[in-house]
Each structure stands twice: as C-alpha cells, then as structure tokens.
Design a protein around this ligand. Structure first.
Ligand code: AMP
Ligand code: MG
Length: 411
C-alpha cells in the first residue's frame, strides 16, 4: 500500500480493524473475587432464586394484612426474628417483631415499618397504626433473579457490579478468557525519560505513560520495550522481540512517510502493513498490519500510532481500544455517545472528522479547550471528553453535538 490511497473514514478504518480481529480463545477458571476486568468465557446461569426466600425490606412488624385493616389493630407480639434466623408460623391476630433481611414467617403477608407501630411493654402488644396491603415491604423470593435464568452472557466484561451479581447466586469461580498480551515500544531519537536531563532537541516520552496507562486500564499484560532509535535495524529488532509472545504490538511515532519514519518499511520487512491516512484530526496516519512470530503459525497484530501525544491518545481511544476489547473476546466495544449542547462556535471546521477536547460547564453545556493542537496534552487533562464532529461541520453555540465522555473510553 502507498500513501496515495484515498483517506479512510474513521468508521471504515474501525470496521476494517474489527473485521480482522481474532479473539483469544484460551480460557482459565478464576475465583470470582479475582475476576475484575476479565471477559466471561461462557454464559452464566443461576441455580437459585434471589432472594432465596421472601424477606423484609424494613425493620418493623410482620403481620397478616387482613388483621390490620382497621388502621389501629392491637396485636400480641409472639416472636422476634432477626436477619439470618427463622421464625415460627404466625398465628392470626399476632405480629412478629422483624428486622431487615429476616425471613417473613409463614402466615404473615406484610410488614409494617416500626415508625407506624407502638409497642407497649406492659401488655406485650403492638398497636399497628397502618393498614398495609398484602405484600407491603416484602421482598419476594426470586424478584431479582429466578432459578434457571441466564444472568450474564459470554463476552461480558466483568465490572464490580457483574461480580456482585455472580456472587449473589453463589458462584465462587468463573471461566474467563485469558488476558491479551501487548508489546509496546516508542520510536524517536528525541525521546528522553523523566528523571534524565533533557539534552538540546530532546523531549520527554509522554506517550509511554499514556499508552501504558491505557493498556493497563484495559487489563492487558504489557511488555514495554521502551525507547527505540530511529533506525530501520533497531525498529526491526524491536518488532521481532515484541512479536514473540504477544498478541498485539503497538508503537508510537515513525508512521509518517518521512526519511526518519522507519516503522513502515520495518513492518513490511517483518510482516505485512497497511498504512492508512484516516480522515480524522488529530491523528491522520495509522498503521495496521501483522508481524511474523518465530515458531508460531499465526502472526502478531501490529498497530502503529502517530507520535504526537494527543494524536496517539485519540487514535488509541477510537481504534485501539475497541480492537483490544474485541481481541479480549468482549462483545460490547463501542462507546456511548450523548447529544449535548455546544456553548461555543467552531467556525473553521476541518475537512476531516474532528475529535475536539471539551469540558462540561456548570450549565450542562460543552466548553472547548482553546488550543486543539495535536501536541497539547493539557487538553486531555482539562477535558471531560471529546466531541465527534463530522467532516466539515461548523458548530454554532446552541447546536447539539455528539459527546463521548472520557468515562466511556477510559475503562
Ligand atoms: P512522529 O510521528 O514520529 O513524526 O512524531 C510526531 C511528533 O510527536 C514529533 O514532534 C515527536 O517529537 C512527537 N513524539 C513522538 N513520539 C513521542 C513520544 N513518545 N512522546 C511525546 N512526543 C512524541
Ligand atoms: Mg519520529
């Protein structure tokens, strides 16, 4: 492929990437408590009803609703039932003192909250100043989950709440897909590491911190080969090392077509490459291909990101994140977008699809970061997310735009 190709739209590039993914297939069984961030390998069913039995949602008195129809019934308190204990069947004309989570005794069909009751020590009776409907403050057996139902489907990424749901039906272990392994390196003779002095012409390698953090948030196993000089041989050697034992290689920088951009020829020598000009801003060049792995029949995937810090951040979020999620076997890979009001004018839109860094203001509108330059990392820290602005689309204050919050992209 040459750089004379027509530019791809963001959607075309994403469709191509997702069409090429082969999700990992190896599974392992983990303790549920250790499965955060992993992808479920099989559908999970509940063997139980949740709650397992009818129980009370309130501290109060368990009664027969029919006994309390008058609105001021005096009932003998026959028993006390704390959570975790089983009471006796409730006789007509009596009430049971009961505490949140305790089983409703047989015979009772409602709970009256303690604030609507007056207990008299001397007589051992409670006066119930409320006529409950049958079922009031009762959590029904199976109202959350019924035995036999599928609670989670394979391909679900396990967040805290999914693990809670799994635990609530008593599943102590879960089959999950193995972690995706990613090898990463950073091209550029100008790169120095924080902690080193900055010699003339050098800049600090911020992409290393951004990309490492993004990969870790996605639960990848990362092999970081660090900074690689701008030479064909060094780049080829780094590719070979990164390919061994990894599913995916990600690089930063060197994917333009200048003489110092060695990634394209190096990948072509070690595998296959498509270098795309994608009609997005920031982030125009993106390389996608594969690198041979010694002794393995299948190659490692390769994605080369542009060097500019905001470009590599945005292209990661828009292209690499869904690709990695799909590689992990996750079924939901697209971020949600929200219609929001722009509180600014954008009068000179680019012909490319722009991803503008914006912040939510205190009027629930969007404010634009004044410097949208592809090197200005401050915009990514200041912002709450990005506007996905179609090619050539001017924005006037008051217009509705497509907003993707960072919270949709950074987990
Ligand atoms: P490149 O894509 O290699 O042409 O780099 C584009 C711009 O991004 C240049 O100004 C580089 O100095 C800068 N750059 C490249 N790699 C990094 C990095 N790892 N961290 C910060 N800036 C970078
Ligand atoms: Mg470079």
């Amino acid at each position: 492929m040459t750089n004379k190709q027509p530019m791809l739209s963001a959607q075309e590039a994403l469709d191509f990437l997702l069409g090429a993914v082969k999700p990992v297939s190896e599974t392992e069984v983990l303790a549920t408590i250790d499965a955060t961030g992993r992808v479920l390998a099989e559908d999970q069913r509940s063997q139980l009803d949740v709650p397992p039995m009818d129980n009370t949602q309130m501290d109060g008195y368990a009664v027969r609703a029919a006994d309390c129809a008058s609105g001021s019934a005096a009932l003998k308190v026959s028993q006390r039932i704390p959570a975790g204990h089983v009471g006796q069947a409730l006789q007509a004309g009596t009430a049971a003192r009961i505490f949140t989570g305790a089983l409703i005794p047989e015979g009772a069909d409602a709970v009256v909250m303690q604030e609507q009751c007056a207990f008299d020590d001397a007589s051992g009776q409670v006066t119930v100043h409320h006529a409950p409907r049958s079922g009031e403050w009762v959590r029904r057996r199976g109202e959350d989950i019924q035995a036999g139902t599928t609670i989670l489907e394979r391909g679900t990424r396990l967040r805290a709440q999914e693990l809670g749901l799994v635990a609530s039906v008593g599943l102590a272990t879960l089959p999950v897909l193995r972690r995706v392994k990613v090898g990463v390196f950073f091209t550029g003779d100008e790169l120095a590491m924080p902690g080193e002095p900055l010699r003339p012409g050098a800049i600090y390698n911020s992409n290393r911190f951004v990309l490492r953090g993004l990969l870790q948030q996605l639960g990848c196993e990362v092999t970081d080969l660090g900074n690689v000089p701008d030479s064909r041989e060094a780049t080829r050697a780094a590719l070979r090392t990164a390919a061994a034992g990894n599913d995916l290689i990600i690089t930063s920088g060197g994917v333009s077509v200048g003489e110092e951009d060695h990634v394209k020829p190096a990948v072509e020598a070690e595998g296959r490459l498509n270098l795309w000009q994608i009609a997005i801003k920031p982030g125009k060049p993106l390389a996608f291909g594969e690198v041979r792995r010694d002794g393995q029949s299948s190659p490692a995937f390769f994605i080369g990101l542009p060097g500019n810090p905001v470009s590599s951040f945005i292209t990661f979020l828009i292209f690499v994140r869904p690709f990695i999620l799909a590689l992990q076997g996750a079924t939901a890979v697209a971020p949600k977008r929200y219609p929001m009001r722009a509180d600014f004018d954008w009068t000179k839109p680019d012909r490319r699809n722009e991803f503008l860094r914006v912040r939510i203001n205190d009027r629930q509108g969007l404010e634009l970061f004044p410097n949208q330059g592809s090197g200005v990392l401050t915009s990514t820290v200041w912002g709450d997310g990005i506007i996905d602005n179609p090619p050539g689309q001017a924005i006037s204050a008051g217009d509705t735009v497509h907003f993707i919050p960072f919270s949709e992209l950074l987990h």
